[in-house]
Design a protein around this ligand. Structure first.
Ligand SMILES: Cc1ncc(COP(=O)(O)O)c(C=O)c1O
Length: 422
């Protein structure tokens, strides 16, 4: 696991963190709003809101024009690319902006698909979000064969022996999630990427669920592509893709003729959501500021982001430990995924549960009435809910912690669940 290049990381100042997020102060039905819906999208700090509205107020223009607001827009986008490069550990020209992870993945899969045909194979997993499955399955119409990696149902982890078996000399690409958005499992993506490269295959990492919980270093991973969505880590509704420069140059995107052939812009089509791109820089700067507050020696933005994740992981670990300990005492409750405290390094604080006699929708609705926001269903991790045979019964209740959650919120959730179950 990556750590910041700093000696001491202090605990994060939760009062400061919460003061950054105006939405956390809401009251719903007389109860303080408790946001346990982070896996569906996190809340945003005030500076992200300000950056979006300041852009619209002052700099709203299209790119490439010979006048002030257009030049400001070009500079702003370049700044956001640098911010995401610091976040991911790459160069700015390897950063592609798009509307969301799903659209970016369909775009890349179509382009990679141009080079594939009969006899070529793509390896996917049963643990993944459908956005990292359907775009690749679409290539079956070109004759590509899809191989699905098995999981261990008892703890919802990938069968790594099966990963090694399924990757062969016919494999052209391995697409796998960094972490499961349903059950929280963190996959050993570094090892999977190594196995892919050993057989000459490319790797495509879906880091959407991992990004709010842990630091990403695309160079250390050596992945070929990695994709994430800023709305899952305190930013606006946008998707971001990292691609190795050699692939971004070599692969052939579907694009309009007037668009440049230079990277990164050849992978960005039409007019992007400029105001949200302005919000992306603010979101990375929020994390960097958090990092500087917990580590005196983390001044450069990348170092500060890494320091922030050290503190975020400590905060989330404490909350997750008490949440899992408490939730396992609820009668009739089953937790899906890793529950052994010795293995908590291998999971995010995202819990999928079912309670006998209650549908996930009923539980989410009752909690919602008390101002506690959770999610129910499959969250598009459809392969997993079908595999675990819970799809027909409403999927799971998902409880997702973020670093801005508090011990009181966890206690309140547990007490409310106990009360609902009776
Ligand atoms: C793990 C994972 N991958 C992909 C996606 C899709 O992301 P987007 O909404 O940006 O298309 C999500 C969204 O929930 C997700 O959780």
């Amino acid at each position: 696991m990556l750590t910041a290049q700093t000696e001491t990381i202090n605990a994060l100042d939760l009062a400061w963190v919460r003061s950054q997020f105006p939405s956390l102060a809401q009251i719903v039905n007389g109860h303080p709003a408790t946001f346990l819906d982070g896996p569906g999208g996190t809340q945003v700090p005030q500076r992200v809101i300000d950056a979006i509205s300041d852009y619209l107020k002052r700099d709203n223009a299209n790119t490439g024009g010979a006048y002030a607001t257009s030049r400001h827009t070009d500079a702003m986008i370049a700044g956001a690319r640098s911010a995401m490069a610091d976040f991911l550990g790459c160069d700015p020209d390897e950063v592609i902006f798009g509307p969301n992870m799903t659209s970016l993945t369909f775009a890349i899969s179509r382009s990679i698909g141009r080079e594939l045909g009969e006899g070529d194979e793509i390896v996917l997993t049963h643990l993944d979000h459908d956005a990292n499955i359907s775009p690749w399955r679409a290539l079956e119409e070109r004759g590509v064969t899809i191989r699905m990696v098995e999981i261990y149902e008892d703890d919802c982890t990938l069968d790594m022996d099966d990963v090694a078996r399924k990757i062969t000399d016919r494999t052209k690409l391995v697409a796998v999630g960094y972490a499961s958005n349903a059950v929280g499992t963190i996959n050993d993506v570094k090892e999977i990427i190594r196995l892919a490269h050993q057989r000459g295959a490319m790797s495509y990492i879906d880091a959407v669920h991992y990004a709010p919980h842990g630091p990403i270093d695309v160079r250390a991973l050596d992945c070929d592509f990695l994709v994430c969505s800023t709305y899952k880590f305190f930013g606006p509704h946008m998707g971001v893709l990292y691609g190795k420069r050699e692939h971004l140059k070599r692969l052939d995107p579907y694009k309009v003729r007037a668009n440049t052939n230079a990277i990164p812009n050849r992978w960005e089509w039409g007019t992007l959501n400029h105001e949200c791109i302005a919000g992306i820089t603010a979101c990375v700067d929020y994390l960097a500021d958090l990092g500087r507050r917990v580590s005196a020696s983390a001044s450069a933005r990348r170092a500060a982001v890494l320091a922030a994740y050290d503190a975020i992981q400590k905060q989330e670990r404490g909350l997750m430990e008490s949440l899992i300990r408490g939730i396992l005492t609820i009668p009739g409750l089953r937790l899906y995924g890793i529950s052994d405290p010795k293995r908590y390094d291998q999971r995010c604080p995202t819990l999928a549960v079912r309670i006998n006699g209650r549908t996930p929708l009923e539980l989410a609705t009752r909690l919602g009435e008390r101002g506690i926001f959770t999610w129910d269903g499959n969250y598009y991790a459809l392969n997993l809910t079908e595999r675990l045979d819970v799809e027909k019964d409403g999927g799971f209740l998902r409880i997702g912690l973020a670093h801005y959650n508090t011990a009181q919120e966890v206690a309140c959730l547990l007490a409310t669940l106990q009360e609902i179950v009776g």
